[in-house]
Unconditional design. Structure first.
Length: 166
């Protein structure tokens, strides 16, 4: 039986990338930070950053995850930083705008609909943010459940498997 791989000494650096870094990527960052623990160093960014959407903040507060101090960041923020182990695009526009992130060891795409495009009452719009939050949460839970060793290659395989589940 092969020996189990030990977790790396350095956390795995993950970037969630979306167009505006206002909803999906922010929620994904908050969820992986909360559920992945010290094994991950988690970030989010946008190709055209705006501000963090108040309904994304509200939806995450319902899970006890505080995004109120988060700010939207552009991808240029990460240009001079150490390489990212895994970049996960969470919207189709970001995947098209940035099909290859130059500072990433691995990259996958997990597409989610944009909750900010939903029209209606605030409660209807919040319901859309909850639905996307919950879809992201399921994806992250499955991603973390693939193995306990957290080697980059195994996590990439898990992320790629989730990409194919779309």
């Amino acid at each position: 039986m092969p020996e189990m791989e030990k977790p790396p000494l350095q956390p795995i650096r993950v970037l969630f990338l979306c167009t505006h870094n206002s909803s999906r990527s922010q929620m994904a960052e908050g969820l992986l930070r909360a559920r992945g623990g010290a094994a991950f160093e988690v970030f989010s960014a946008g190709t055209e950053p705006r501000t963090v959407h108040p309904l994304a903040i509200k939806a995450m507060q319902e899970l006890g995850i505080d995004l109120s101090q988060h700010t939207a960041k552009g991808i240029d923020t990460f240009a001079a930083k150490p390489a990212l182990d895994l970049v996960i695009t969470v919207c189709d526009e970001a995947q098209e705008a940035c099909p290859f992130f130059p500072n990433a060891r691995k990259q996958v795409h997990w597409g989610f609909p944009d909750p900010s495009r939903v029209m209606g009452t605030e409660e209807e719009r919040l319901a859309a943010f909850r639905r996307i939050r919950d879809l992201i949460a399921v994806k992250i839970s499955r991603f973390l459940g693939y193995n306990s060793s957290f080697s980059l290659e195994q996590l990439y395989a898990a992320a790629k498997a989730e990409e194919l589940q779309a």
